[in-house]
Design a protein around this ligand. Structure first.
Ligand code: 6PG
Length: 486
């Protein structure tokens, strides 16, 4: 240990790429924190400490020195890329930490990895906290939204530290103890799934305004800026307006026209959908957003599809202002569905993994700092304050009214998009979900009949208790049956 390291830190950060460095700087800028830093390659550590002497970092070049530089209970936040690197750092720390110390994984880890890691680490008496951190590089530096899981005991130490660096919304820090073990990473995963849906919905609104409405990107930027003053106010709408205003310096064309139209992803959207499939929770808006990115990236297939029949109808637009307002309403209604589905997935995850997750608290910590921050989250917080056991956000009075007000516009936008050949997978699936949810009878009854016909999968009746099977290949009488297990 160097001389400097006789000083001790109440919190440490391992992994000093941009997110880690920014988080460390954020921690160091808050009263009462003294921050230890460590990175596998010491060059990064040197860069950070030399560029930010004001942070008074306690820097180490070895993991032993790093651990020794922490006060007890030792608390270290790992900010390395999710995956094997995380496991390696966890085992280095777990070998050196003592019972009561706290290891925090601040990366975008898959919650099932967090469940496994928490089990392993807590067997040694060390706390392991998977903490979702949202807000990108700027959020990490200036105030992210933080979703920690792990034990309630670890939160006693961690809570004040995380509160000191989190974004503030309506006077409250955007951090809460989400639930035990993997709950924090689960909720962060759903946050990202909602982020995918929100982005796709905004992109569909843009596409309609551009290709049916004939607006230029700059005009659409103005429309979004206007929308950002109302119920759609959000970070994503705000940055979309900025992006649409951008002009490419090389060509003088709108930036959006020179970017390859193939959207990438790092996996959290896919995880959300995979998890929701396992939980049996329809997150169709999120799924369509993930698939829309996949379709966009099928370059070869898309380039071979040029001869497929196009739409033969135009979208008749008589009143452009009314058209824009219809698109806005369709966007808002679809967005409500996307969030309702995301919160459903959290409820289902909580039931499956025995987490006690306060959905109202989650909506509050998403009001600031994170990518999906929006005015709208106040309405969600109000909904859960009125009824913490709300079965669907769509049933809350405010949302019932908001969707009712928008539903005709929503239907018209989806129908006209179909006629005009504009792909609206997220708008369309959100509307179908809504109609599916409110339908008193679904054609699922027919599907049950089909399953029983070809596989004797049995069915239940609306008018009698018990389980039944029809002898389809015999005389077609109905018999009572054991519930099918296949
Ligand atoms: C955040 C973001 C952040 C992110 C993801 C998603 O909350 O700060 O969600 O985690 O941008 O990496 O990125 P992809 O679109 O690449 O999956």
């Amino acid at each position: 240990m160097t001389e400097l390291q006789t000083a001790k830190a109440n919190i440490g950060v391992v992994g000093l790429a941009v997110m880690g460095s920014n988080l460390a700087r954020n921690l160091a800028s808050r009263e009462g924190n003294s921050v230890a830093v460590y990175n596998r390659s010491p060059e990064r550590t040197e860069l950070l400490t030399s560029e930010h002497p004001e942070a008074n970092f306690i820097a180490s070049t070895t993991i032993d020195d790093f651990v020794a530089s922490l006060t007890k209970p030792r608390t270290a936040i790992i900010m390395v890329q999710a995956g094997k690197g995380t496991d390696a750092v966890i085992s280095q720390l777990a070998e050196r930490f003592e019972p009561g110390d706290i290891i925090v994984d601040g990366g975008n880890a898959l919650f099932t990895d967090t469940l496994r890691r928490e089990k392993d680490v807590s067997a040694k008496g060390i706390h392991f906290v998977g903490a979702g951190i949202s807000g990108g590089e700027e959020g990490a530096l200036k105030g992210p939204s933080i979703m920690p899981g792990g034990s309630a005991e670890s939160y006693k130490t961690l809570g004040p530290i995380l509160s000191s660096i989190a974004a503030i919304a309506e006077g409250e820090p955007c951090v809460t103890h989400v639930g035990t073990d993997g709950a924090g990473h689960f909720v962060k995963m759903i946050h990202n799934g909602i982020e995918y849906a929100d982005m796709q919905l905004i992109a569909e609104a843009y596409d309609i305004l551009r290709h049916a409405g004939g607006f230029t990107p700059a005009e659409i930027a103005d429309i979004f800026t206007e929308w950002n003053k109302g119920e759609l106010e959000s970070f994503l709408i705000e940055i979309t307006a900025e992006i649409l205003k951008q002009v490419d310096a090389k060509t003088g064309k709108p930036f959006v026209d020179v970017v390859l139209d193939q959207a990438g992803s790092k996996g959290t959207g896919v995880w959300t959908v995979q998890t929701a499939l396992n939980l049996g929770t329809p997150v169709s808006g999120i799924a369509e957003a993930v698939f829309a990115r996949s379709l966009s990236s099928q370059a070869e297939q898309r380039s071979g599809a040029g001869n497929l029949a196009a739409a033969t109808k135009q979208w008749p637009i008589e009143d452009r202002a009314a058209f824009v307002e219809d698109v806005r309403r369709a966007l808002y209604a679809s967005k409500i569905v996307a969030y309702a589905q995301g919160f459903d997935a959290i409820r289902a995850g909580a039931a499956e993994y025995n987490w006690n997750i306060d959905l109202g608290a989650v909506s509050k910590i998403w009001r600031g700092g994170c990518i999906i921050r929006a005015q709208f989250l106040n309405r969600i917080a109000d909904a859960y304050a009125t009824n913490p056991n709300l079965l669907s956000l769509l049933f809350d009075g405010y949302f019932v009214e908001a969707v009712t007000r928008s539903v005709d516009a929503w239907r018209s936008v989806v129908a006209h998009s179909a006629l005009a050949g504009i792909p609206v997978p997220a708008f369309g699936s959100s509307l179908s979900y809504y109609d599916g949810l409110r339908s008193p009878r679904l054609p699922a009854a027919l599907v049950q009949g089909q399953r029983d016909f070809f596989g004797a999968h049995t069915y239940k009746r609306v008018d009698l208790p018990g389980t039944f099977h029809t002898l389809w290949s015999g005389d077609r009488t109905e018999v009572e049956a054991e519930p099918s297990t296949h």
